[in-house]
Ligand binder design. Structure first.
Ligand SMILES: CC(C)(COP(=O)(O)OP(=O)(O)OC[C@H]1O[C@@H](n2cnc3c(N)ncnc32)[C@H](O)[C@@H]1OP(=O)(O)O)[C@@H](O)C(=O)NCCC(=O)NCCS
Length: 185
């Protein structure tokens, strides 16, 4: 089942998305903003990656798409722990021109709706660098709580960076949508 926000559709990755995903792995600007890291990825390696990264019981990776602009980036629910009912979430929009236009907010809202209303999860985890202002604003707006800092946790650009750990409980999400009427407007 595809997942619908108010503007975005989150759908499974297809072979035709390989160049979009490869572009994000190879982009130094995105690499600097996200916690993960990648070697330069060839077209061949990207196709191989896709072969082992289809959606299964443990991990979902969705392409974020809008009607107007087509595929824009990816959103993930990984390390799904069905016993403790939690998962880790991440998001990347490939092109700067598509950022700061509400796509991130609608995607995180749709991910939470799916995680809590459909999968029955209890909490989601995420993390960001203290310097990633867009990410901070996005997750604050979507009701996530900063839960602590892992000091000097990620090595990038010649230094160890602190990592802010964030989380949201299903109850936080339900309070947020009751307060903002997100799905009703
Ligand atoms: C982080 C990211 C997903 C946000 O998505 P987006 O579509 O730009 O976010 P939205 O347009 O929904 O904006 C959400 C909030 O962040 C703010 N924001 C967006 N870009 C911003 C920026 N560059 N600086 C400061 N605030 C910013 C918006 O103003 C909005 O807050 P507001 O409604 O209070 O004004 C996107 O910037 C991105 O993909 N960045 C590169 C990868 C990345 O950093 N991923 C997250 C790693 S933790």
């Amino acid at each position: 089942m595809n997942i619908y926000g108010k503007r975005v559709v989150l759908r499974a990755m297809e072979k035709s998305d390989c160049e979009l995903i490869r572009g994000m792995f190879n982009d130094p600007e995105i690499e600097d903003l996200v916690v993960g890291w990648a070697f330069p990825v060839s077209a061949f390696a990207q196709e191989k990656w896709l072969e082992t990264h289809y959606n299964d019981q443990k991990s979902f990776r969705f392409v974020i798409e809008t009607k107007e602009d087509g595929p824009l980036g990816i959103a993930t629910l990984t390390d799904i722990d069905w016993k403790n009912r939690r998962a880790t979430h991440g998001i990347k929009l490939a092109n700067k021109a598509h950022r700061s236009k509400g796509v991130g907010t609608d995607t995180v809202m749709a991910i939470m709706k799916y995680a809590f209303d459909e999968l029955g999860l209890h909490r989601l985890d995420g993390s960001r660098f203290g310097t990633n202002e867009a990410s901070k604003r996005l997750y604050d707006k979507c009701g996530w709580i900063d839960e602590g800092i892992k000091r000097e946790y990620v090595y990038k650009g010649g230094q160890f960076r602190d990592l802010t750990m964030m989380g949201i409980l299903s109850s936080d999400y339900y309070s947020l949508i009751e307060k903002t009427h997100y799905w009703e407007t």
